[in-house]
Structures are given as structure tokens and as C-alpha cells.
Design a binder for this molecule. Structure first.
Ligand SMILES: [Zn+2]
Ligand SMILES: [Zn+2]
Length: 263
């Protein structure tokens, strides 16, 4: 059985990295950007590059700056924040480059609630560039497996898609890392947490996640968990615990954006 078939039976989706189809598709994508340059999603001017965002708008995006090495909370000096020092999270680190502020929040809302896939693709590309830069600077190595934060089936049904799955597929294709959509599932439909106060969030049920039908892919894997935005980190924490219990070797979090400060 070849690698792709074996991966399929294990619930893994392989990036089409070596196929002729992948090469042709990439060639056409790049050619289409040259022939039909997209408009910048923020200012509407011609982007003139392989991302729908012009140089000026990209330069104006709010960047994370100094942050905790583990949870990426913005802090005044580098190192590990007080909360991570007193209780080390289950995940090893959080990778993100953007702050959830205007206009990043606008792009994310257009993608998540307006279904504008182009906005999601731009945010995924920015995350991909950040990861590549980190790898090139020897700050990290690429993980073995990408996993999206799952939505409860009811919320997925009403929204029509899981934004984390779309980002995961895009990153898997671009970075040539395997991904799996059924390694873990959400078993409790918790309310959207960004509307809740810290006190209300702490009252939520302990673990809303359980291993999914393809959980065996987690055995010994260095996993990156893909989410759109980190607010308190409670979802990241309980999901990481579930993945580690199910056999993952380590878990890191990849985010499109981080909230400026915990509320
Ligand atoms: Zn622009
Ligand atoms: Zn921290």
C-alpha cells in the first residue's frame, strides 16, 4: 500500500506536495496572480503580489511585539509571563504574528461571519509567512501534524463551515504538513467565549473535547493546533490536554491573531 493510501486509512490528509497536479495548480495560481492581480481586501487598490493585500496595508497591520514565550500574552519584556510561571500550560508555545485589532478583526469577521474566503486566505498566508520566518530563523521546527480546533456539529451546521478547518487545509497545502480533521471532536456545545466574562468562562464545563475516530494519528506526533483567535487560552488548554492524553508528543498553538490583553 502506498504512503497516500496508508495515510488515508489512518484518517490523515496528505498535502499534494509531490504530485504533478500540485505543480500544475501552483503554476496556474501564480500565473493567475500575474495576469489578474487581485485587489487589496482593505483599500481596494491593486495588490500586485501573490496575496490580496497591498504592501502599505500589510505594513499597517497591528503586530504582536514583545510577548510571553509560551502563551503569547503581550508583555513589556521577553520571557515567560507570571501566569505561565505559576501554572505551565499543556501546550508548549503559541505562534502568531498579529493582534486582534483593526483591521485584522475586520478581516477575521468578514471571513468567519461573512463567509468571505478571500479574507481567510489572506490571514492564513500571513500566518504561513510568519511560520516560515520562524523556521528560517531557527526559532522552531515544523510539526508533524496540523489539527483544526473542532466546532460542535450544531454550530458547524448553522455556520456552514469551520473556519479553523479552512485555515488548516490552506496551511497543510502551503507548508506540506499532514492534517487530520477527525483526531479530536467537540462533545459539548459551549457558547462563543469572546462574549463571556472571565468569571463566566471559568464556569464552563471542564473539558468540551474528546478523541475523535482518527485519534490514532496522534501517537507520538508533534501537533500544531490551528485556531483563529486566542482569547483566554482555556480552549487551547483543554484541547491540548485531550491531545496529549490521546498520545500526542507535544502540542503548539497556531493562531491567526491574539487578543491584545486578556480580559
Ligand atoms: Zn491596501
Ligand atoms: Zn504566558
Amino acid at each position: 500500500m502506498n504512503t497516500r493510501k496508508l495515510a488515508f486509512y489512518n484518517g490523515l490528509k496528505m498535502p499534494r506536495s509531490n504530485s504533478l497536479w500540485f505543480g500544475i495548480k501552483n503554476l496556474f495560481t501564480n500565473a493567475s496572480y500575474q495576469l489578474l492581480p487581485g485587489a487589496c481586501l482593505l483599500c481596494g487598490l491593486s495588490a500586485r503580489r501573490n496575496i490580496d493585500l497591498c504592501h502599505a496595508c500589510e505594513a499597517s497591520l497591528p503586530r504582536l511585539g514583545a510577548h510571553c514565550d509560551i502563551c503569547a500574552t503581550p508583555v513589556h519584556s521577553s520571557g515567560i509571563c507570571g501566569r505561565c510561571q505559576s501554572q505551565r500550560p499543556a501546550f508548549s508555545t503559541v505562534q502568531t504574528d498579529l493582534l486582534y485589532q483593526y483591521p485584522v478583526n475586520l478581516l477575521l469577521q468578514r471571513f468567519k461571519f461573512g463567509g468571505q474566503l478571500a479574507a481567510g486566505r489572506v490571514l492564513a498566508q500571513l500566518l504561513e509567512w510568519h511560520i516560515r520566518e520562524q523556521v528560517n530563523n531557527n526559532n522552531c521546527t515544523l510539526p508533524d501534524l496540523l489539527i483544526p480546533v473542532p466546532l460542535h456539529w450544531k454550530r458547524r451546521f448553522t455556520r456552514g463551515f469551520n473556519q479553523s478547518e479552512i485555515i488548516t487545509r490552506e496551511l497543510s497545502r502551503q507548508l506540506k504538513i499532514k492534517h487530520c480533521l477527525q483526531a479530536v471532536k467537540r462533545v459539548i456545545n459551549t457558547p462563543a467565549q469572546h462574549h463571556l466574562s472571565r468569571k463566566d468562562r471559568q464556569r464552563l464545563p471542564g473539558n468540551a473535547f474528546a478523541p475523535g475516530r482518527s485519534a490514532k494519528v496522534l501517537q507520538g506526533a508533534r501537533v500544531a493546533l490551528i485556531d483563529d483567535v486566542l482569547t483566554t487560552g482555556s480552549t487551547a488548554q483543554s484541547l491540548s490536554q485531550t491531545l496529549l492524553k490521546a498520545g500526542a508528543k507535544s502540542v503548539e498553538i497556531w493562531l491567526l491573531a491574539r487578543t491584545p490583553l486578556d480580559n
